[in-house]
Design a protein. Structure first.
Length: 325
């Protein structure tokens, strides 16, 4: 769904995948049940001069299952919004079922050929929804309403971070946000660490970090800051965990952070600032991290970084004073 290499697999899906089959159970109250409920109050009887209760008409609900089928031709002939509106009007779909029906129509529509951009957007929406869910719902609710139906969710999200998977950067940014949110659950942090191979030098996480470090050092790279910031925030959270920090430090995180500190590109200064926070947290939290930092020329690189920042700050002041004069 998200990879550019997967278009052929999506196009090879059977025709039934591009059709909508939806069922709901409709209950219709006859003889104006809601009106009768409102009339179930004491009213004044003018002829008798006394208060009496209005009679309640017995209500017999008429119910039945409704099956909706929308073929591929109908979905391709109109936009998803128009198909939804026509279906709601034709079958009198109740409000409680409209959202699920809309999701079914969208899912079937984007499986058509030439819908790669729309599929990518829906994947991003799905990942961001998972991220928001993880930050706003307790773990007990997540276990009963999310992981119960998708026990392999974390593993599938981690697969989106494969360097050679052909996944767009915007999708990977949303995937990192989702993993960061799910890792906040106490019983899921270890599963996240295992899914991204945090303790392996050639694992998913360290491969992404190495590629990102190389990209930010390239002056012609168009890698957005949003992706770098999301990745560094995710690594920072992992490093704040006892087992996660030992994993990433042992997997070779310190030399990669030193390479980021060496970056002299002016437009990558926010990345260096974010990295220095991570370096500070790691060095003070793990005893072996400082030794690795020193043996990898970390002290010399840090001193040179300070010199560059001071020189850059003085240059900025001189430019400001020149334009002020």
């Amino acid at each position: 769904m998200a990879s550019t290499k997967g278009s052929l697999e999506v196009d090879a899906l059977p025709a039934e995948a591009r059709e909508v089959n939806f069922s709901f159970y409709r209950t219709e109250m006859s003889n104006g049940i809601e009106k009768e409920k409102k009339m179930d109050t004491d009213v004044f009887d003018a002829s008798q001069g006394s208060v009496r209760k209005a009679p309640i008409t017995p209500v017999t609900p008429s119910s039945g299952a409704v099956n909706i089928h929308i073929d591929e031709q109908a979905l391709n002939s109109k936009s998803g919004t128009d198909v939804l509106a026509d279906t709601i009007a034709l079958y009198s779909v109740p409000d409680a079922e409209k959202f699920e029906l809309m999701c079914r129509i969208r899912a079937a529509t984007v499986l058509a050929k030439g819908k790669e951009v729309v599929r990518e957007k829906l994947v991003i929406v799905r990942l961001l929804a998972i991220a928001i869910f993880g930050h706003t719902h307790p773990e007990a609710q997540a276990m009963s309403s999310l992981f119960l139906y998708e026990p392999d969710l974390i593993i599938h999200i981690a697969e989106l971070l494969q360097v050679d998977g052909g996944i767009p950067i915007v999708v990977q940014t949303a995937a990192i946000a989702a993993l960061d949110a799910l890792a906040r659950y106490r019983n899921k942090i270890q599963e996240v660490l295992t899914a991204v191979n945090a303790g392996v030098n050639h694992g998913i996480l360290m491969a992404v970090v190495r590629k990102t470090v190389a990209d930010v050092a390239n002056p012609e790279s168009t890698l957005p800051h949003s992706f770098v910031e999301a990745l560094l925030s995710f690594v920072t959270f992992i490093a704040s965990h006892a087992s996660g920090g030992n994993m990433v430090v042992g997997a070779g995180l310190i030399p990669l952070l030193i390479q980021v500190v060496e970056n002299r590109l002016p437009h990558r200064l926010p990345v260096v600032s974010k990295t220095m926070q991570l370096v500070d947290n790691v060095l003070y939290s793990f005893t072996n991290a400082f030794q690795l930092f020193c043996t990898s020329r970390g002290v010399e690189v840090l001193v040179e970084r300070i010199e560059v920042c001071v020189s850059y700050g003085l240059l900025q002041d001189l430019v400001h004073q020149f334009w002020t004069v």
